[in-house]
Design a protein around this ligand. Structure first.
Ligand code: OGA
Ligand code: NI
Length: 366
């Protein structure tokens, strides 16, 4: 699959195994994991809130219009949580249970699903391109999930035995929530032909990244996931256990810790949607931190357009003198570039496609 290729990416030590012995030792955290940009004194704002979107209210004709305005504003802020999403409790429960069980397996059992060279699919780590690059304090498992024919079961854990079925059921539910959100987002953007947007997501393409962040005695010195924006259109994030660590960078330039409501999913607008919406919706930089004595597990479901789609501002949004703020690019090329670039914060892949002199040019024309 084009979107799993990561030419030249390197394999790295298993962090869960490393943490088990290192946390017991009296040693300093290995140099390769010490983050330079993270002196530990950087200000992090706790207790700030992200918008809450109520899917039940969106679907109820009585409240739909009002909640649609709320959704529109949430998408412009880039990060929000959804409640009343209708995903059955047992589906979420089984997903959480089986993912947690998988990471409890001995290393040899997990490594059956290890990544192969030049692909990020499977158990391992992504975005590592040099022996000197700083590393993240996390392991992950990355899978193609939808459409079903993209699945490579070689990488799908068969332990615990119910995991495949749990992921499948969860994936279906989540993809339906996202399809529903897409319809409302089309309405918020004022699209007269919403089906053109929905067709881009035919077959509900979806990949999954489950991250395991082991505890780290010197948590302030390491990072679980480097600052980045998501490349996809929409991410739906589940906290598999109740340990927080997600932080977003707001317009004030500070990192804000995100603490979701019980039972809510976190939704993030990805680069693809920022481009499709011609900048109306924003893809926000975020990162994941590590806890000093608790493991943290998250499951991100990434929703992408079909591989054949050209990503660019939706034609309906660049009419009547409104200019495209991003270049158009084939989806395969867009994703390949994302995976071939180290995660180095500020919207690096997105900036590449931004028409940088947009403001200047539009001013000159006035
Ligand atoms: C991601 C991501 C955050 C987290 O997988 O893209 O941002 O909290 N994860 O694990
Ligand atoms: Ni992310």
């Amino acid at each position: 699959m084009a979107h799993a290729k990561a030419a030249g990416h390197l394999t790295v030590p298993n962090v869960q195994a490393l943490a088990q012995t290192w946390n017991e030792s009296g040693e300093q955290v290995p140099e390769r994991y010490v983050r330079t940009e993270q002196a530990g004194d950087e200000e992090v704002v706790v207790g700030s809130e992200i918008p809450v979107v109520d899917l039940g209210r969106l679907l109820d004709p009585q409240s739909s219009e009002e909640e649609l305005r709320n959704l529109g504003s949430a998408c412009q802020q880039g990060f929000f949580q959804i409640i009343n999403h209708g995903v059955p409790h047992d589906v979420i429960h089984d997903m959480r249970r089986d993912i947690t069980e998988f990471f409890k397996l001995p290393l040899e059992a997990k490594e059956v699903y290890a990544q192969l060279p030049d692909s990020v699919e499977g158990y391992g780590q992504a975005f590592v391109f040099s022996e000197t690059q700083k590393l993240e304090w996390a392991d992950m498992i990355y899978l193609m999930v939808r459409p079903a024919e993209t699945r490579n079961m070689r990488f799908w854990p068969a332990q615990p035995p119910s995991l495949r079925d749990s992921v499948d059921r969860y994936s279906t539910e989540v993809a339906n929530v996202v399809s529903c959100l897409l319809r409302f987002m089309a309405a918020d953007m004022g699209l007269k032909q919403p089906e053109r947007l929905l067709e881009m997501f035919a077959g509900q393409p979806q990949t999954m990244r489950v991250a395991y962040y082991p505890p780290c005695r010197q948590a302030g010195k390491v990072i679980g996931m480097s600052p980045h924006t998501d490349s996809c259109a929409l991410t739906l994030l589940l906290h598999v256990n109740d340990v927080q660590g997600l932080q977003i960078r707001r317009n004030d330039g500070k990192w804000h810790a995100v603490d979701p409501l019980d039972g809510a999913f976190i939704i993030s607008i990805g680069d693809t949607f920022e481009i499709l919406s011609n900048g109306r919706y924003r893809s926000i930089e975020h990162r994941a931190m590590v806890h000093p004595d608790k493991e943290r597990i998250s499951a991100a479901m990434f929703h992408l357009p079909c591989p054949s789609v050209t990503i660019g501002p939706l034609p309906e949004l660049v009419v009547g003198g409104v200019r495209a703020r991003y270049k158009s690019v084939g989806h395969a090329e867009f994703v390949e570039r994302f995976f071939a670039t180290k995660l180095d914060g500020r919207r690096s892949n997105l900036e590449y496609y931004r028409i940088s002199n947009f403001h200047l040019r539009s001013k000159q024309r006035k």
